[in-house]
Design a protein around this ligand. Sequence first.
Ligand SMILES: [Fe+2]
Ligand SMILES: [Fe+2]
Length: 239
Amino acid sequence: MDTAHIEVTTIAELANAPQEYRDAAVKIVRSHAINELYGAQVFDEPAVALAPTPYWKWLTCRVAMEEYGHHQRFFRLGRKMGIPEEAMLPGTTDKRPLSIFEFELKSWTEFCVIKLLADMAEIIQIEDLMACTFHPLRDEAAKTMPEEKFHAGFGVRSCTELCATDEGRREVQAAIDALFPGMPAFFGQANSKNNALFRKWGLKQSTNEAMRADYIERARVLVEDKLHLTLPAPLAAGA
Ligand SMILES: [Fe+2]
Ligand SMILES: [Fe+2]
């Protein structure tokens, strides 16, 4: 692959980077700002009302607060980079949120499975960004990681608790069956031109295909080895 590795240590330095690098950095920051906010709006905030006990409401509030915080983090970085605010808000731009957010949240169990499976996908993306050549973005990713780990851990703990009863196990399996097949598409198309550009400049390290394979294996360990449930096949699209 054609590589053009540079390190951009401050936002001010970004002005000296090639246009292609700047455009690629803007794309990544916009996508994170939009998707973190959209996820908080359609999943985490409504889940507070679905949480069954004060304990889980408390933890769900914390998750919702942190997801809005992730949006704020990327939004503030984007603003300093000169990205217009409306370009970082869902519904106000040409950039559609990811298809995963079209899943209609109906139950507490589904929310727990979203945290189990979708936040694992987020962890893989953020891990990759922690080696990004644009250091201000790398730094925001590093701050986000412990919180995403908490969200994924919340998913494991809540699903484990639900699986203690036969009915709960059936519900968790049904939610996994509904949610998982579309998840691998979260990592984007194979042979993606955007991804090739991100890797050319060291903004991202892994191909969409490699991240997807990593995700499917980690999801398998969680669902099959930890919860002793069945991981359905992913949808062919995007695989
Ligand atoms: Fe997040
Ligand atoms: Fe999260």
